[in-house]
Design a protein around this ligand. Structure first.
Ligand code: ATP
Length: 435
């Protein structure tokens, strides 16, 4: 059974070192989070899994890493300066601020005596700052609210250096910043987060076909990494929900403990962005097809996902409690690609004679996999600890190892144990892990 309550995962995340409140020793910092030793490994695995599927296993997508800070011209052209806002209302009595479109009623949820809202106004979500050495004279710059503009402003560069032709894509993974009015629900909505976005450039007549394709491919990605089908759905946006650039958007949603929430949006951005950047920069951003002698501005289909939201969904879906030999245990049934550690090496006892061979096993496996090494406490407790952090395989080195040259592999989900010669351990793990 996946987690039914967000707190189950929030507590485990804190207790085991996945996610901590940011600047906690100062009381925490406004719904910001720091990723601890396990969380940073898992978040990296989520992003790596995305790059593997979206870039490595295709020959039509290229990866870039663009700057986070950008000049106002980029966001004027993209429409973010004008349109990237949420409707904000203030309560004149309790002084709290709310996103009007997220309120269930027109009354202040604080319900204090006399609570009353101001008129709603558009609140731009971009963080603005200044670049330059002298205070007050610096140039105005913005922190990107999405990674997508990096792909549009580099379209001509990438086209020229890669010699690709549509359909082809430019992908990017990196931080984005939005001054959210109401961040919350753990790492679901924060002001600083990581996105995994693909801008897929296609001949205009193929845009519908590719939109369908990417909706299906992206849904499959979450399922292949272990999210049960009944916790995922695709929801098409109604016309009044569409962003200023979109001719059609579908959200891939996950059943969070508080209800369905967006993991990713797949949008038909048409030729909006390339046209706007072309008009604003005066540069030609189109494609000349030598085969047909035609020049056209490609249409864009964009699957835009959030790495942190995906991580929250993977954690919630993987959370389970069961009973092993009459004892309750918490187990994270994470896909091996996403688990912080793929393998834990556990010498049965702390004695030196086991430490040597166990360290050797660790050295051999750690060149291929992220491995934990743990020699403290009783072996049963160490297994529980690894179950709780999602490690799919434990390798135990015991006194028999010294004579038979074999170790025990223990499987997280079934707790089944099997004896395997050290010489074939790496291959056996590769076979079980599938990589
Ligand atoms: P929402 O409606 O939840 O504010 P959005 O539709 O504005 O999201 P997009 O602009 O489509 O989001 O961004 C693509 C993805 O980036 C989202 O599906 C989400 O996974 C992630 N994302 C967006 N805003 C945040 C945030 N504040 N915190 C964490 N992830 C975010």
């Amino acid at each position: 059974m996946p987690a039914s309550d967000l707190d189950q995962v929030v507590n485990l995340a804190k207790r085991r070192g996945f996610v901590y409140p940011s600047a906690e020793i100062y009381g925490g910092f406004r719904s910001s989070y720091d990723y601890g030793p396990l969380g940073s490994l898992m978040l990296r695995n989520v992003k790596d899994a995305w790059v593997r599927t979206m870039v490595q296993q295709r020959d039509d997508v290229l990866l870039i890493d663009a700057a986070i800070l950008g000049p106002p011209q980029v966001f004027e052209a993209s429409g973010h300066l004008e349109n990237f806002s949420d409707p904000l209302v203030d309560c004149t009595v309790c002084k709290r601020r709310f996103r009007e479109d997220q309120l269930e009623a027109r009354d202040c949820p604080q319900q204090r005596k006399g609570c009353a809202f101001t008129e709603s106004r558009a609140f731009n979500l971009m963080f603005r700052t200044t670049a330059g050495p002298v205070e007050g004279t610096g140039a105005e710059v913005y922190m990107r609210p999405e990674t997508a503009q990096g792909m549009f402003v580099n379209f001509a560069n990438v086209l020229q250096t890669s010699r690709k032709k549509p359909p082809f894509g430019i992908a990017q993974v990196g931080k984005s910043f939005r001054n959210e009015i109401t961040p919350g629900n753990f790492i679901f909505r924060t002001r600083e987060f990581e996105q995994m976005e693909l801008e897929f450039f296609v001949p205009p007549s193929e845009s519908g076909k590719w939109y369908e394709y990417w909706c299906g491919a992206r849904l499959a990605w979450y399922r292949d990494l272990g999210i049960p089908a009944d916790m995922l759905r695709i929801r098409e946006h109604a016309a009044d929900e569409l962003s200023h650039y979109s001719a059609g958007t579908s959200d891939i949603e996950f059943r969070f403990p508080w209800g369905w929430g967006e993991l990713e949006g797949v949008a038909q951005r048409t030729d909006f962005d390339l046209n706007r950047h072309s008009q604003h920069s005066g540069q030609r951003l189109d494609y000349f097809d030598q085969a047909t002698n035609e020049r056209y501005v490609p249409y864009v289909v964009e699957p835009a996902a959030g790495a942190n939201r995906a991580m929250a969904a993977f954690l919630l879906a993987a959370y389970d409690e069961d009973e092993v030999a009459g004892e309750r245990r918490t187990v994270l049934r994470l896909h091996p690609r996403l688990a912080p550690y793929q393998v834990a090496v556990l010498p049965l006892s702390k004695k030196d004679e086991l430490g040597g061979p166990a360290r050797e096993v660790f050295r051999a496996l750690s060149s291929r996999y992220m491995c934990d090494y743990d020699e403290t406490q009783a072996i049963g407790r160490r297994y529980r600890r690894q179950d709780e952090i999602g490690t799919p395989w434990c390798v135990t080195v015991d006194f028999d190892t010294l004579t038979d040259g074999a170790v025990t592999i223990r499987e997280r989900d079934t707790t089944r144990q099997e004896r395997v010669p050290v010489a074939s351990l790496a291959d056996e793990l590769a076979r079980r892990l599938g990589f």
